[in-house]
Design a protein. Structure first.
Length: 367
C-alpha cells in the first residue's frame, strides 16, 4: 500500500542545516575562527557572505524591542530577540551565496577543521557533526589529525592541510568551494500572454522562419540551457511549465518555474522581442553575476531594467514571494528595488512588438 502523502510534494531549495551553502569552522578558540572568517570575507568580497555565531555574553537582558540601526554608507545593525530555528535561519540566509558557521556552537553541512592540541576533546565531542571535511588547518605546528578523526576518516591523508598563516592558500581553497556552489542556469520562454492588442498569439508570430517561441527556445538551447515554455494550462508536456501561480502574468510564470526547480537560475525571455538575438543572449550569460539577485538588461535610453530579458537567481524566488505577499505582482518592481547586475544594451534590441502595425514594421526591418 502506498504511503499516504498528507501535504503536497513540491520541490525544495537545497539547504544545509541553516543555509543553501554553508561551512562550519571548528576546533579552535572562537576568536581565531572569527578572525579567519573576516580575513577571508575581505578577500572574497565579490560574493554575498554571512557569519553565524553564538554570543558568549552572560546575563544578557532579553530584547523587548527589535532595534534597526541604519548607517548612511549602507550598513544595517539589527538587535532582536530570537531563538535558533533552522527554518527561520534558512529564510534569513536565503540571500547569501555562502554562510560561515562557528562549528564550536552549531553544525554545518561541510567542515573546516582547525587542529589545536588544546581542543582535541572538543573535536572528539563533536565528531558526529563532522561528515564532510574540506581541509584541515594547523595552528602552531605541523600535527596530524587527532585519532578520533583518523578513525572516522580513513582517507585523512588525502584531505588537504594548511597552516593558519597560509592565508592565500586557505582563501583560494574557500573561493573554489564557493564557486562550485554557483547554480546552473535554465531557460524559460514566456508564451502565456493575452496578446489583446495584436489580436493573435504573439508567441506564434513568424519573424525568423518559425514561430517566435521556437526561435527563442532554440537561442537558449544553443547556449546549453535546458529550456521550457511557460504556459497557462497543464498540457502534460515535458518541455512546458504550466502556471501554478494563477492570473499573475509573467510574475506567475517566473514563480512557477522556481517552484519546479528552486535550485537553478532562470533566464527568462518574452516572445514579443523579435530583435533579441544570440549575441544578446551570450552577453547576458557572460555578464551574469550570481552574487546578485538577478542580471537584467536595460536600454541605453531607458530608466528601468527589462524584467523579461533577465536571469533570475534562486535567491530571487523568496524575494518575489515577499513582494507577492505585499500585493505586488510586477517583476520590474522587484528588480528596481533589489541588488541587480545591470547590462546596458541598445534600445532597439529590446523593443517589444504589440500591434499588427508594429509587427509589419519589424518584419521589414528584419528582412
Amino acid at each position: 500500500m502506498a504511503k499516504h502523502q498528507k501535504h503536497t510534494n513540491i520541490s525544495r531549495r537545497k539547504n544545509g542545516n541553516f543555509a543553501p551553502n554553508e561551512i562550519s569552522i571548528l576546533g579552535a578558540k572562537c576568536s581565531i575562527i572569527s578572525d579567519l572568517v573576516h580575513q577571508v570575507s575581505k578577500r572574497v568580497s565579490n560574493y554575498n557572505l554571512a557569519y553565524f555565531d553564538a554570543s558568549h555574553a552572560k546575563d544578557v537582558e532579553k530584547n523587548l524591542l527589535t532595534d534597526f540601526t541604519f548607517h548612511h554608507d549602507g550598513n544595517l545593525s539589527v538587535t532582536t530577540s530570537s531563538s535558533v530555528n533552522k527554518y527561520l535561519q534558512r529564510i534569513q540566509f536565503a540571500q547569501f551565496d555562502f554562510v560561515f558557521i562557528n562549528g564550536n556552537h552549531y553544525p554545518g553541512e561541510k567542515q573546516i577543521v582547525l587542529l589545536d592540541l588544546e581542543k582535541e576533546a572538543s573535536i572528539k565531542k563533536r565528531i558526529d557533526q563532522i561528515s564532510e571535511i574540506q581541509f584541515f588547518v594547523t595552528l602552531t605546528q605541523e600535527i596530524e589529525p587527532f585519532q578520533c578523526l583518523k578513525d572516522t576518516f580513513p582517507n585523512w591523508r588525502e584531505i588537504p592541510s594548511y597552516h593558519i598563516n597560509d592565508v592565500e592558500k586557505i582563501i583560494h581553497h574557500i573561493s573554489q568551494i564557493i564557486s562550485e556552489t554557483i547554480p546552473n542556469s535554465k531557460g524559460l520562454v514566456l508564451t502565456g500572454g493575452k496578446s489583446t492588442r495584436m489580436g493573435k498569439d504573439k508567441s506564434e508570430l513568424n519573424y525568423h522562419g518559425k514561430p517566435q517561441k521556437e526561435f527563442i527556445k532554440k537561442l537558449l538551447e544553443q547556449e546549453g540551457l535546458k529550456t521550457y515554455y511557460s504556459v497557462q494550462t497543464n498540457n502534460n508536456k515535458d518541455d512546458e511549465i504550466h502556471d501554478v501561480f494563477l492570473n499573475l502574468g509573467p510574475f506567475g510564470g517566473i514563480c512557477s518555474a522556481f517552484q519546479k526547480d528552486p535550485n537553478s537560475a532562470w533566464l527568462v525571455l518574452a516572445t514579443d522581442l523579435p530583435f533579441v538575438d544570440k549575441n544578446l543572449v551570450k552577453l547576458l550569460l557572460e555578464k551574469r553575476n550570481p552574487a546578485k539577485v538577478a542580471t537584467a538588461v536595460i536600454g541605453k535610453g531607458k530608466q528601468f531594467p527589462e524584467p523579461l530579458i533577465t536571469i533570475y537567481e534562486p535567491k530571487s524566488y523568496s524575494i518575489l514571494l515577499q513582494y507577492l505577499a505585499q500585493g505586488y505582482s510586477c517583476p520590474r518592481k522587484m528588480l528596481i528595488n533589489s541588488d541587480v547586475e545591470i547590462v546596458e544594451v541598445e534600445d532597439n534590441l529590446i523593443r517589444n512588438i504589440n500591434t499588427p502595425e508594429e509587427y509589419n514594421a519589424a518584419i521589414k526591418e528584419l528582412n
